[in-house]
Design a protein around this ligand. Structure first.
Ligand code: NAG
Ligand code: NAG
Ligand code: NAG
Length: 346
């Protein structure tokens, strides 16, 4: 603190004397703001999963900074302040709040900011939509790295009937490192997910990195390419589909953070590309928002052609909670720690 103040004073004095070349004084303030930032360990990026989106996807990765410009906070379908909501002020809102679309939402999303075709990854795996990477240190030399994928719209269907659509979609994979070596990986899918040993998901051409697949529309994460069955209580088994569509390399563009499990707080770890730039002004506070990143489930009626087969199995359902609600402090590899089985092959 003292040395930063002294440096700043010296810079001001020197500048006022006119002895500094233009720009020479600038690093003082830049280094002050970055002073306490501990970057993510290299291995978190070296062993970030390589994830294949579906070739026929229509709802691509989204940048949360863009997403929040299209929503208004609501409680019980009534708008509440602040307006506009931003990543800087969203954490002032409580868990009853829904970040609700300003536009009428249809089965196809209906708007560019919900579909995000501009964010289709290029042939290098780069998308302009930053991922969110959260690292959590735990006893026993463990570091859990959570790779969060965000989409502005989740589209699902049963026998081609739209079902379970929602605005906002947070999904994640988690790699457990022990003393810097990746040992296990968890893939979120719907209300559950699956865990594997890390080597089980390394492919012949994936440079030692785990290879994962993201289902069309629902964005659930899987270990294999093809049809994936998952259960729904009332409706029965639904099928997700994955294939070798565009590759998403989250290490190329991300916002990075630390999560301290003992204080349940987040801090900035720096980032890369657009994520790294946007992070500077946003800080880490938005990760503490406990509300929903999307619309509240619409009432049954004509407005959105809403229909339901149970309380929470509907054409349109509520948007999801954010990273803070994904059991970042977990001891087991799985989000739901009861009966966590770690598979040793795909
Ligand atoms: C959450 O915030 C809303 C809007 O300010 C308020 O009406 C509501 O009472 C709050 N809920 C809780 C549980 O604090
Ligand atoms: C790896 O191989 C699969 C086919 O087995 C191919 O579809 C994919 O594009 C390859 N990935 C890379 C990074 O070369
Ligand atoms: C993280 O914190 C929670 C809540 O205090 C605790 O139950 C959990 O055991 C902690 N996790 C680890 C890995 O220490």
């Amino acid at each position: 603190m003292l040395s930063a103040l002294m440096l700043r004073t010296l810079v001001l004095v020197a500048a006022s004397v006119g002895q500094l070349a233009a720009g020479a004084a600038l690093p003082a303030s830049a280094s002050t703001s970055k002073h306490d930032v501990t970057p993510l360990p290299d291995y978190v990026l070296t062993f970030a999963p390589l994830s294949y989106l579906y070739s026929g996807e229509s709802w691509w990765p989204a940048d949360i900074a863009d997403f929040v410009t299209h929503v208004t906070p609501q409680v019980n379908f009534d708008a509440i302040p602040p307006s506009p909501v931003t990543l800087e002020n969203v954490a002032t809102l409580n868990s009853s709040v829904f970040l609700t679309s300003n536009d009428f939402v249809e089965d196809d999303g209906g708007h560019d900011w919900l579909t995000n075709a501009a964010n289709i990854p290029d042939e290098t795996g780069y998308t302009p939509a930053p991922a969110t990477i959260v690292a959590v240190e735990k006893p026993g030399g463990i570091l859990d790295a959570f790779y969060f994928y965000f989409y502005a719209f989740d589209h699902a269907a049963f026998l081609d009937i739209p079902f379970g659509n929602h605005v906002g979609d947070w999904e994640h994979s988690m790699v457990r490192f022990i003393n810097g070596t990746p040992t296990d990986i968890y893939l979120s899918a719907h209300s559950g997910g699956a865990a594997y040993t890390y080597p089980a998901l390394v492919a012949h051409n994936s440079s030692g990195r785990a290879q994962t697949f993201i289902a069309v529309g629902s964005h659930a994460n899987y270990a294999t390419s093809g049809a994936q069955l998952y259960p729904l209580p009332v409706i029965g088994p639904l099928a997700d589909h994955t294939n070798f569509g565009p590759l998403w390399d989250v290490a190329k563009n991300y916002r990075g953070f630390w999560f301290d499990n003992s204080t349940q707080t987040f801090s900035v770890a720096g980032g890369v590309d657009i994520g790294g730039q946007e992070l500077e002004g946003e800080g880490a506070g938005w990760l503490e928002f406990l509300g929903k990143w999307g619309d509240e489930q619409y009432p049954i009626g004509l407005e959105h052609d809403q229909y339901c087969v149970s309380d929470d199995e509907c054409h349109f359902v509520s948007g999801p909670t954010g990273p803070i609600a994904k059991n970042l402090g977990r001891t087991a590899v799985c989000q739901d720690e009861s009966g966590c089985t770690i598979k040793t092959s795909r």
